[in-house]
Design a protein around this ligand. Structure first.
Ligand code: NAD
Length: 333
């Protein structure tokens, strides 16, 4: 039985991955400090509460069992927070990854799937963004991931350490059965924020008292709001499984990089309209000034993942992503 370690497996994407790995018959251990995650989101996996900033803790976890591969989801992942607190981001995301890689080398484990991001590209020169396009991150979060990607490339050259970095565009949606969802506190992602506002109104809140903020309606886009490319969380997890299969069957000693995207742009106002239609709630919002570090448009080309990993995203409609997230949120209300 393949034995996998999921670092950051108690978070939103990690917990969906854990559920899929368990369903596929993998033996799964989660290592998470619960700073942003929930232990009850990874039921069925062996759980170790530990911090990547504690080298002895991650090294001890790797010495206790012989793992075949590691999935690394653990990071702080809010663009705005990273602009306000860059030190925290470089500490957690870069130093944490340095510790993980050093511990993996110490225990002769050299297969890693890494959660990277479209935020490593910064402002795109042309769209959709391809893997070969320049990476010029415009916020500390994106930069912290860019540094780790570089480390992985250097590790491949020096040590034959094999990795696949998956550059996700915006993850959205939830497990279709409604058992798992996005439980960030504070929440900063658009779809759950808009749906929380819908739920508040549904439960009797006045729509004019809205707390929903939209940052910038004066971007150079058709409706003035930012545009993003949304990918269903389960499609992201499918790509991780394919990446793991490639790493487990191929000893090429390389670091590889793939976009995970649908190449479709939805604006903030598109998301609000779709949420209004799907929830039947009015959903009011306030326009605030642009947020520093937010590129106007991010859409990606995932042809390389489709060709080389055999990835086939199945849940590409925004409505499906919103409906599954609404199903999860309204179930818990
Ligand atoms: N959500 C998105 O749209 C998106 C897009 C691109 C990339 N990503 C990347 O995907 C990964 C998962 O994102 P998410 O939305 O599930 O985030 P999340 O915050 O829900 O999950 C991250 C998990 O990592 C854990 N963690 C953080 N720092 C840790 C540390 N030092 N030691 C141990 N555990 C630690 C947290 O407790 C949490 O459970 C992140 O690396 C993020 O940068 C996410």
């Amino acid at each position: 039985m393949t034995n996998v370690l999921v670092v950051g497996g108690a978070g939103y994407i990690g917990s969906h991955m854990v559920a899929i790995l368990l369903k596929q018959g993998f033996r799964v251990t989660v290592f998470d400090n619960l700073s942003r995650g929930h232990k009850d989101a990874c039921e069925g996996a062996h759980f170790i509460q530990g911090n990547l900033l504690d080298f002895a803790a991650i090294s001890g976890c790797l010495s206790a069992q012989s793992f075949d591969i590691v999935f690394h989801f653990a990071a702080l992942a809010y663009v705005g927070e990273s602009v306000k607190h860059p030190e925290q981001y470089y500490q957690n995301n870069v130093v944490g990854s340095v510790n993980l890689l050093a511990a993996m080398r110490k225990h002769k484990l050299n297969r890693l799937v890494f959660s990277s991001t479209c935020a490593t590209y910064g402002e795109a020169k042309h769209l959709p963004i391809r893997e070969t396009d320049p990476q010029v991150p415009v916020n500390p979060y994106g930069f912290s991931k860019f540094v780790v990607e570089h480390m992985l490339s250097d590790y491949a050259k020096a040590y034959g350490f094999q990795s696949i970095s998956l550059r996700y565009f915006n993850s959205a949606g939830c497990d279709p059965l409604g058992a798992l969802g996005e439980r960030h506190e504070p929440e900063t992602h658009l779809i759950p924020l808009v749906l929380r506002e819908a739920l508040r109104t549904k439960l009797g809140g006045h729509s004019k008292d809205t707390a929903l903020q939209i940052f910038g309606d004066d971007y150079d886009t058709p409706d003035g709001s930012c545009q993003r490319d949304y990918v269903h969380v389960n499609d992201l997890c499918d790509a991780h499984l394919l990446a793991a299969q490639q790493l487990l069957t191929n000893d090429d000693g390389q670091a590889k990089y793939y976009n995970l995207a649908n190449a479709v742009a939805y604006s903030v106002f598109d998301v609000v309209s779709a949420c209004r239609r799907l929830t039947g709630q009015p959903i009011e919002y306030r326009i605030e000034p642009r947020r520093s570090g937010d590129p106007a448009v991010l859409i990606g080309d995932a042809q390389q993942a489709i060709k080389e990993l055999g990835w086939k995203p199945h849940r590409t409609q925004l409505d499906d992503m919103i409906s599954s997230a609404w199903n999860y949120l309204s179930k818990g209300a």
